[in-house]
Design a protein around this ligand. Structure first.
Ligand code: KIV
Ligand code: ZN
Length: 522
């Protein structure tokens, strides 16, 4: 973490505005439960993120409640909610953020010709009137108001200047310039921020913010061009989560600023050593895998394979490393205990990996660890993480995999016999299928009838070796809802069953209190 903040000028501080729980959660398949959102918010708060956009309160009762609870619990960050330029949205948002020590209403309207015509069918005058009315209303409810010009980068420059001026006059304290469709080129984006600062009266009184989408892979570059031009807030999301190709990745923004302080002359208050933990947490709760070669938090981000690179790094890490793994919280992958290790050592290991489990969850995880150590020669940190992540993810589940036996091989037919615990009752079913995975999924489908379509089935290994745990990802789609589940085990079929059941549980969690057997069938 950069601790020498005393020496830094406040005007050079870049406010990190995290939208993992709003723009990120909004993207298909990334839905998080209430508890998961609280967990993510807690870590963001601890990490030193300045503003947490916790959700879109009018969107659903669930969103409202999670924003409200995050507002209640957060200790440091400003808690922000999103609202369209409509009185009901703004009022609901104000109610949700009320418990926060410091709350913000973020209201937006589409300003580009396409958005004005096709989204709202309004002319420029009406758009300007709505900017004034929405910001004024928000300002009547809180002192901290952010206004966004959705699709700003495809808005006529003159009109955008007038909108920004109207928002400032009405009391906006932050003006966000989103590249909503990820269309801008970095020079253009920087120029736009510069132009707004030069042309709009009152621009020096407020903070300009960037919100860049990654459709052309330019989100981080564009955000940094905005900062170079004078923006002092960057909106971003952990692992670059967000609509379509996502938002600027928080970890990349923070580390670019941190590593190239010489080039950018700005700083953030984020504790960089928590970036890896945040990435893993968001990946676990969304079941979105992190690309192996992803900058900063990818599995290979600090791996050196070629002889020349390895030799160089051994002689001096700086030869091929521009940041240390420790600076982003990567710990040496270490061999953990074996089957003789006891509870004390296991608890210490969990602490070192950043987990705090309640007594019951700890016992369950310990039993699974012992089982794993029985069948797997080397147990690594990654194994423990996969195991505990699964334990945490399934803590609230109504359906659990109790046992699975599979007959596979060339002879056919492949068969699966599965026992599921559904709302504390055991149910067993045997099914044949086109291969062991199909047989397993058919058996689950027979016990929990549903119309969900299997949209993704993906297997990867947690560590190396033939005894490595398989990590399986399953995505299900039902009635326009998408849920992704993850399961791990040294047996790929067991991992597959767990992943499928995990996705089903997520679909169930979104429904009412109907029985699992009936809730998913239409
Ligand atoms: O991409 C976008 O324009 C947004 C706004 C709501 C800020 O997400
Ligand atoms: Zn967005």
């Amino acid at each position: 973490m950069n601790t020498d903040t005393n020496a830094r000028d406040e005007k050079d501080r870049v406010i990190i505005f995290d939208t993992t729980l709003r723009d990120g959660e909004q993207c298909p398949g990334a839905t998080m439960t209430f508890e998961e959102k609280l967990e993510v918010a807690e870590l963001l708060d601890e990490m030193g993120v300045d503003v947490i956009e916790a959700g879109f309160p009018i969107a659903s009762q669930g969103d409202f409640e999670s924003v409200q609870e995050i507002a209640r619990r957060s200790k440091n960050a400003v808690i922000c909610g999103l609202a369209r330029a409509q009185p009901a949205d703004i009022d609901r948002c104000a109610e949700a953020i009320r418990p926060a020590e410091r709350g913000r209403i973020h209201t937006f309207i589409g300003t580009s010709p396409l958005h004005r015509k096709y989204q709202m069918d309004i002319d420029e005058a009406e758009c300007l009137a709505r900017v004034t009315a929405s910001v004024s209303r928000a300002r009547g409810l809180t002192d901290d108001v952010e206004w966004s010009a959705m699709d700003a980068t495809r808005t006529e420059e003159d009109f955008l200047c007038r909108c920004v001026e109207a928002a400032i006059k009405a009391g906006a304290t932050t003006v966000n310039i989103p590249d909503t469709v990820g269309y801008a080129y970095h020079d253009e984006f920087g120029d736009l921020i510069r132009t707004l600062q030069e042309r709009v009266p009152g621009a020096d009184e407020i903070i300009f913010s960037t919100h860049c989408h990654n459709d052309l892979g330019l989100a981080v570059a564009n955000s940094l061009a905005g900062v170079t031009a004078g923006a002092r807030q960057v909106e971003c999301a952990v692992n670059g989560l967000g609509e379509r190709a996502g938002n600027a990745a928080l970890e990349e923004i923070v580390m670019a600023i941190h590593t190239r302080a010489d080039a950018l002359s700005v700083w953030t208050g984020v504790d960089t050593t928590l970036l890896t933990r945040a990435s893993k947490l968001v990946s676990r709760v969304t079941a979105f895998p992190v690309q192996y070669n992803k900058a900063i938090v990818g599995r290979n981000a600090f791996a050196h394979e070629s002889g020349i690179h390895q030799d160089g790094v051994l002689k001096h890490a700086g030869t091929f490393e521009i940041m240390t793994p420790e600076s982003v919280g990567v710990k040496e992958s270490s061999l953990v205990m074996g089957k003789h290790s006891g509870r004390h050592a296991f608890r210490e290991k969990l602490k070192e990996l950043g987990y705090e489990l309640g007594d019951n969850a700890f016992e369950d995880a310990f039993v699974r660890f012992k089982g794993l150590a029985d069948v797997k020669k080397h147990v690594y940190d990654e194994d423990i993480e996969a195991l505990v992540d699964q334990e945490i993810a399934s803590a609230q589940d109504r359906i659990r995999v109790t046992s699975l036996t599979v007959i596979a091989g060339t002879g056919g037919p492949q068969k699966a016999t599965i026992t599921l615990d559904i709302d504390d009752k055991q149910h067993m079913y045997e099914s044949v299928g086109d291969g062991p995975v199909d047989a397993t999924f058919q058996a689950i489908r027979a016990l929990v009838p549903h119309d969900a379509r299997l949209a993704l089935y993906q297997v990867s290994a947690v560590t190396e070796g033939t005894d490595a745990q398989a990590e399986v990802m399953v995505r299900l789609e039902a009635d326009g809802k998408i849920a992704t589940g993850r399961g791990s085990d040294t047996d790929t079929m067991v991992a597959s069953a767990r992943a499928y059941v995990s996705a089903l549980n997520k679909l169930l969690a979104r429904g009412a209190r109907r029985k699992p057997e009936t809730m998913l069938a239409s």
